[in-house]
Design a protein around this ligand. Structure first.
Ligand SMILES: NC(=O)C1=CN([C@@H]2O[C@H](COP(=O)(O)OP(=O)(O)OC[C@H]3O[C@@H](n4cnc5c(N)ncnc54)[C@H](O)[C@@H]3O)[C@@H](O)[C@H]2O)C=CC1
Ligand SMILES: NCC(=O)COP(=O)(O)O
Length: 323
């Protein structure tokens, strides 16, 4: 049940939180870090393995590393476009190992999208879309999950001005279906309750503050209810995340990135996990980014990385039990 860990942006906090996570999880979760070992922090206890299968026996004593030579050293806080090909290849290797069953799941360390675009013409907005493509253009959704809240942005890394055109009945319907399936399969929730945020303030206030709720959202939600989904909404986005409201649903589907990610990063930045639902393999990630401002200082909190690796491992165990 080895969890493959892609290195992420070497100039960010990825290498150091991977080592810190290994120190905490070494007895419980076999892991395999894929990257350039010279990018690991000084003093890190690691061992280069020849093949992924060797990770399980090494992991208790040292962080197993599937070594790749990126050619140049890591300068914390300063992304080097020369690393872009290696960073992408680390993700591809993790996917390949997970899809072929040589690893049980994968956790990705944060990437810097612009560095990958500058260094390797990486055209994807993030891991989510890249992984969907690697898996054969699967329809996937991004969920951020913690003990206190699960959120799903129906549209992801697009400009706010583009949201109304790209948030469509089909996108909302697919998002509900994939989210419900993920809650059942990956989170063991038999009858998921899903809340849907309105696009507009006060969910449109009867058409006074926007009309998408009246034009199509209500009808789409009704049609999905008729398919058997337990849905609430469209709900006023500003009042659906307080503590009592959060008890009434298992996941909230939001119209756009910040509507979903602001509440969870405010409530539980340290323990949020990003999980891609709809892939034919398990992928999790910490909820934060590369944190260039603190990279190499020892200040990075590994909690979200630890939660992400734990969640990937737990999901792999559950999926193994389900056969
Ligand atoms: N899964 C991924 O690959 C993700 C990548 N990113 C990328 O990261 C880059 C930087 O994004 P930002 O918006 O600045 O967000 P960020 O999460 O990197 O940093 C925001 C603030 O939180 C702090 N912070 C983040 N993680 C921390 C940790 N583990 N411990 C202590 N403090 C922490 C940082 O020091 C900074 O002050 C961008 O290129 C973005 O695209 C962002 C989110 C996820
Ligand atoms: N804001 C979330 C984020 O940037 C992570 O995206 P992804 O790389 O997991 O697709």
């Amino acid at each position: 049940m080895t969890v493959a860990i892609s290195c992420g942006e070497p100039a960010g906090i990825g290498p150091e939180i991977a080592v810190r996570a290994w120190e905490v999880l070494r007895e419980d979760v076999p892991m395999l870090w894929i990257g350039d070992p010279t990018h690991l922090p000084d003093g890190a206890k690691f061992e280069v393995v020849a093949q992924p299968e060797d990770a399980a026996s090494v992991s208790r004593n040292a962080l197993p590393v599937l070594a790749r030579d990126f050619g140049t050293p890591r300068v914390p806080g300063v992304a080097d476009p020369a690393h872009a090909v290696g960073v992408i290849s680390s993700i591809q290797t993790a996917v390949q190992l997970t899809m072929t069953g040589r690893c049980a799941a994968m956790t990705t360390a944060p990437i810097h999208k612009k560095a990958l675009a500058d260094g390797a013409n990486f055209s994807f907005p993030g891991h989510t879309e890249f992984l969907a493509a690697l898996a054969g253009n699967q329809k996937v959704v991004m969920m951020l999950a913690s003990e206190q809240l699960r959120v799903v942005p129906a549209t992801i890394h697009i400009a706010l001005k583009d949201v109304p055109a790209q948030f469509t009945p089909e996108v909302l319907s697919d998002t509900v279906r994939i989210t419900a399936r993920g809650l059942i399969q990956n989170f063991g929730i038999r009858e998921p309750r899903i809340a849907i945020a309105g696009l507009n303030p006060h969910a449109g206030e009867g058409g006074k503050m926007g009309t998408e709720e009246l034009q199509w959202m209500n009808a789409t939600v009704d049609a999905l209810r008729a398919e058997g989904f337990n849905l609430r909404g469209p709900m006023p986005p500003d009042t659906m995340f307080h503590a009592a409201a959060r008890q009434t649903y298992d996941a909230a589907i939001c119209a756009y990135h910040d509507q979903a990610l602001i509440p969870i990063k405010t409530i539980d930045f340290d323990n949020g996990v990003n999980v891609t639902l709809g892939l034919p393999f398990i992928r999790t990630s910490p909820d934060h980014g590369t944190a260039f401002d603190i990279a190499g200082t020892g200040k990075a909190n590994p909690s979200s990385m630890i939660a992400a690796i734990r969640m990937a491992h737990k999901m792999a165990q559950a999926s193994h039990r389900q056969g």
